[in-house]
Design a protein around this ligand. Structure first.
Ligand code: HSE
Length: 331
């Protein structure tokens, strides 16, 4: 048997994503160890309520309510609690202690990304958040690494599955907004506060993250122009259809050259009319897609599941493996 180096992984939060991440670490341990060259040892899962029901069958002895203590001894901290606090403080503490951090927390990265990135750079730790935008779809790493040698000119995404589901059902099946929204809630796409989806806040957070990475500059979330889908009517959807178009809630970020020549970025979330010939028009139900335009690469599209416990866990695991490989390479 191979004597792999042991990497201590702490998971914070055990909701639909956290429980799947913990399950996969436990179930895929041997295969991940062989692939990474290190054993990912799940040392604990921090939760608020030890007795809450879980979506995966996990050993009870892994659960703790003491997140502070769990973070202290970890090599990699996986934050899946959501919200700003205590997630932010725990991540800062983990980074200051030299741990790498993986998070799916879009609200936190949108609001505190610069500060957290600076904290990670200061100590040479890795902060990764592939799962924060568009669930399972690899988009952060492609923008940050794969396209690093190109000049991205525009990023255009359907990054909110709930509103895509609602608009798509209204367009293709004539569902009412209320019916479609009820099913979106049953499918688990909607945020606990559906206003975040319907009024475009969730998409604006994701737009901030995408714009900041694609254009190598901080784009604060309050600078993202935001319009939601609440005002969209069945008549508008019908009119669009007759004109060969479809209405989609888009998050758009693009490079602008100001009149004085200084580069700038425009970021906006709004219900846009898209021609039915455009690949984004074929993104149905709760799926997400991000369409990228770059000077050398041309047009690229990244498509897939933008939400869901196990789907999002895939992106988290990818970041976790990347962090683990650094430890192996670093000795
Ligand atoms: N409420 C979000 C959505 C969940 O509908 O896409 C995934 O971020």
């Amino acid at each position: 048997m191979n004597a792999y180096r042991d990497l201590r992984v702490a998971v914070l939060g055990c909701g639909s994503v956290g429980s799947q991440v913990a399950r996969l670490i436990l179930e895929e341990g041997d295969e991940l160890a062989a692939r990474v060259g290190a054993r990912l040892t799940l040392v604990g899962i921090a939760v608020r309520d030890l007795d809450a029901p879980r979506e995966a069958d996990l050993p009870r002895e892994l659960f703790t309510t003491d997140a502070d203590r769990l973070v202290l001894g970890a090599d990699v901290v996986v934050e899946l609690m959501g919200g700003i606090e205590p997630a932010r403080s725990l991540i800062v503490r983990a980074l200051e202690g030299g741990a790498d951090v993986v998070t799916a927390n879009k609200a936190l990265i949108a609001a505190h990304g610069p500060e957290l990135r600076a904290a990670s750079e200061q100590v040479g730790a890795q902060l990764s958040y592939e799962a924060a935008v568009a669930g399972a779809i690899p988009i952060i790493r492609p923008l940050e690494w794969s396209l690093a040698g190109d000049r991205i000119t525009r990023v255009m995404g359907i990054v909110n599955g709930s509103t895509n589901y609602i608009l798509d059902r209204m367009d293709r099946f004539g569902d009412t907004a209320e019916d479609a929204m009820r099913v979106a809630a049953e499918l688990g796409f909607l945020e606990a506060d559906p206003t975040l989806d319907v009024e475009g806040y969730d998409a604006a957070q994701k737009a901030t993250i995408l714009a900041s990475i694609a254009f190598h500059t901080e784009v604060p979330v309050d600078k993202v122009h935001r319009e939601g889908i609440r005002e969209i009517t069945a008549e508008q959807i019908e009119t669009a259809k007759h004109a060969g178009s479809v209405i989609k809630l888009l998050a758009v970020a693009e490079r602008l050259a100001a009149s004085d020549g200084t580069p700038g970025v425009s970021a906006r979330v709004y219900p846009a009319l898209i021609s039915r010939d455009h690949p984004l028009a074929a993104v149905h139900e709760g799926k997400n897609a991000v369409f990228v335009e770059a000077e050398a690469a041309g047009e690229l599209m990244f498509y897939g599941a933008g939400a869901g416990g196990v789907e999002t866990a895939s992106a988290v695991l990818g970041d976790l493996v990347s962090a683990a490989r650094r430890h192996v390479v670093g000795g």
